[in-house]
Design a protein around this ligand. Structure first.
Ligand code: TXA
Ligand code: MG
Length: 341
């Protein structure tokens, strides 16, 4: 199929693709999504096919405002409205109990559904015009880094989707924070643009799912099924080195092989002569690192790097999301210099 290139002005054409059961690339503030009508099981099945996504990995529903929650969810706790008030539209997905109207194809048969109101005016207008919630995973082929521009998404999806709306580069750059509000205390399933500290401020105690910080075994079932898959992985194996930036740079320099590539903070770009280097922003600017981390990982797939070494921010603020994505890309292959003296 030919993938139609749409602009921010083409709201009606984009909504028409959703209404007729087609696949549409949509911009959001986090990453580009691969959208289809969330009430149309056949359209949703096409999402899984286009991505090569495992069937047991549920999709989240995108809505234009919190008013739509009652249409698809029941037993909605007060915390959901409090979080929506504070963080919607924005990079937060809430897991809530679903109503029967939500197809099994979306939830992979779970009795819960992920709900998100993205902070992108174009996409909110398209969803409102289509009049249906939009089921949308990240717009990458399963296993690859998530796309943060229309061009990145076309790399994976050109010819496999009906259209894509170019809404510019993503301003957050990592996928939404996921919080499960059906558990007590609420549990963080995936770190993202809304930070753990912000959630704790709003809710009090918040648990952190084990899948955020460690590799899950084959027989383990994380609460967010998607967290068990190797993710974001470039073709070359990745090693993440944690600790103070000057020490991690020195450690990486000492361990480079002839075909090693490096992902580093801007200040260290000149420290690895003769090697492929991708920077991900200043050491002190975690927001910029979040915007650039997926691009940095993607870059090495067009090179002959045999292995990749990466610096990594600490876990404070959005640093938890950046380090989670790097750790997952590395299959949790981590050297922690904080643990040595
Ligand atoms: O920022 C985002 O969330 C992007 C943009 C497009 O909105 N979407 C996104 O979707 O990252 P996806 O499918 O790539 O990741 C959704 C994650 C998966 O790990 C999935 O397992 C989990 O959410 N998930 C979805 N529904 C769930 C549910 N009912 N319970 C637990 N986890 C769920
Ligand atoms: Mg994804």
């Amino acid at each position: 199929m030919i993938t139609q290139r749409l602009t921010a002005q083409d709201t009606q054409a984009a909504a028409a693709i959703l209404k007729r059961g087609g696949l549409l690339g949509i911009p959001t503030e986090t990453v580009y999504g691969l959208g289809a009508s969330g009430l149309d099981p056949e359209a949703v099945a096409h999402i899984f096919a286009a991505k090569g996504r495992p069937q047991d990995n549920p999709l989240i529903l995108h809505v234009p405002s919190a008013d739509w929650l009652e249409r698809y969810c029941e037993d909605i706790p007060a915390a959901a409205y409090a979080l929506a008030e504070k963080f919607w539209p924005g990079p937060l997905t809430m897991i809530l109990r679903r109503k029967p109207i939500v197809p099994d194809a979306v939830t992979a048969g779970l009795d819960t559904v992920g709900m998100r109101c993205p902070n992108h005016p174009v996409t909110r207008a398209i969803i409102a015009a289509a009049g249906v919630p939009v089921a949308a995973p990240s717009g990458n082929t399963s296993g690859r880094p998530s796309p943060t521009s229309a061009a990145d998404m076309l790399e994976d999806m050109d010819g496999k989707i009906d259209g894509i709306v170019d809404g510019g580069p993503c301003t957050v750059g990592v996928e939404s924070t996921i919080i499960d509000l059906t558990l007590t205390p609420p549990r963080l399933l995936r770190p993202g643009g809304v930070t753990l500290e912000q959630l704790q401020d709003a809710l009090g105690e918040v648990a952190v799912d084990q899948a955020v910080t460690r590799l899950m075994g084959k027989d383990e079932h994380p609460r967010a099924p998607g967290m068990k898959y190797r993710h974001y992985a470039p073709k070359a194996p990745v090693t993440v080195v944690k600790g103070p930036a000057d020490r991690t740079a020195a450690y990486i320099r000492d361990h480079l092989g002839p075909k090693s590539g490096v992902i580093c903070f801007d200040e260290f770009a000149g420290d690895f002569p003769g090697h492929l280097v991708e920077t991900m922003g200043p050491a002190g600017d975690k927001e910029e690192q979040a915007r650039r981390v997926f691009d940095a990982l993607r870059y090495f797939d067009s090179t002959d790097a045999a292995e990749i070494w990466s610096q990594c921010p600490d876990d404070g603020g959005i640093g938890l999301a950046v380090s989670n994505r790097l750790n997952k890309a590395a299959g949790f292959h981590i050297v922690d210099l904080n643990e040595t003296t």
